[in-house]
Design a protein around this ligand. Structure first.
Ligand code: ADP
Length: 260
């Protein structure tokens, strides 16, 4: 799967986990968490065993996206955390530990310790992919993740807008500095698809993701449209790929997952 010269790691910091795939964005609000959730589901639809780690510790959204808000985590007999499970994905989010609405004011070392626990003190079982939803930008969590485990590759999520592309380029540069292979660029909110007439409107511009992939000499993984169904599914707590597996949004995510 990881063609293009990317070798799977020789040493697994996480027993049982074959590949750690990090999903990053230069800035917030571009749909990184939505993409991470649906990419995880798409990989699982392809037959892989998949976990999703919500490492966006200051703005966790995966518990909500998977309808797991308010659920408590349990531990196994070795006192390792058991991730929750929804739609066949093992999901771990800080939102299931820290009550919602409570702000975290943590410095780097505490973030590092928390991430370490999330990776190493969790009973992930056997996984083909652990998808990690990183916080936006380039910061402590990104650094810690690359120190704590061998990341097989990183996916860059961007909208087509020029301002988003500049930040996305920074996220790609961070992966390079951390020696994490960039698997490709996935463009989100590519064009608004009208639910009435189906006409596409490129609200945030056109072709930006593809241009960025060219500039970074990496692969373009595809375009995810801006649709009402995607926004609603996020709010409802059922990822669009689980809600409407035949829909065009699901097809776009499946295509991107196959490109990885
Ligand atoms: P980020 O993780 O980058 O901050 P989110 O995934 O939380 O972004 O998305 C921000 C908001 O935009 C959410 O309400 C989400 O449902 C919505 N959203 C994301 N991608 C799309 C899309 N392609 N179409 C419609 N809404 C989207």
């Amino acid at each position: 799967r990881f063609g293009g010269g990317v070798r799977p790691p020789e040493r697994y910091a996480l027993p049982g986990v074959k590949h750690v795939v990090a999903v990053a964005s230069g800035k917030g609000g571009v749909g990184k968490s939505t993409v991470a959730a649906n990419l995880a589901l798409a990989l699982s639809r392809e037959g892989a065993k998949v976990g999703l780690l919500d490492a966006d510790l200051y703005g966790p959204s995966q518990a909500k996206m998977f309808g797991l808000e308010g659920m408590r985590l349990k531990v196994d007999q070795d006192r390792r955390i058991l991730p929750l499970e929804a739609h066949g994905i093992k999901v771990l989010s800080i939102a299931n530990i820290v009550p919602p609405g409570q702000a975290l004011a943590w410095r780097g070392p505490i973030l590092h310790g928390t991430l370490k626990q999330f990776l190493q003190d969790v009973n992930w079982g056997e996984l083909d992919y652990l998808v990690v939803d990183l916080p936006p930008g380039t910061g402590d969590v990104q650094l810690s993740l690359s120190q704590l485990t061998q990341v097989s590759g990183g996916v860059i999520v961007t909208t087509p807008q020029e301002v988003a592309l500049i930040d996305a380029e920074r996220a790609a540069d961070m992966f390079r500095k951390l020696q994490v292979p960039v698997l490709g660029v996935l463009e989100n909110m590519s064009a608004f698809l009208c639910p009435h007439c189906g006409k596409p409107t490129p609200i945030f511009g056109e072709g930006g993701g593809r241009r960025l992939a060219e500039r970074l000499k990496t692969r373009f993984l595809g375009e995810i449209p801006l649709t009402l169904a995607l926004r609603e599914s996020g709010d409802r707590g059922v990822p669009v790929l689980a809600q409407d597996p035949e829909g065009l949004e699901a097809q776009a995510f499946l295509k991107a997952a196959r490109e990885l």
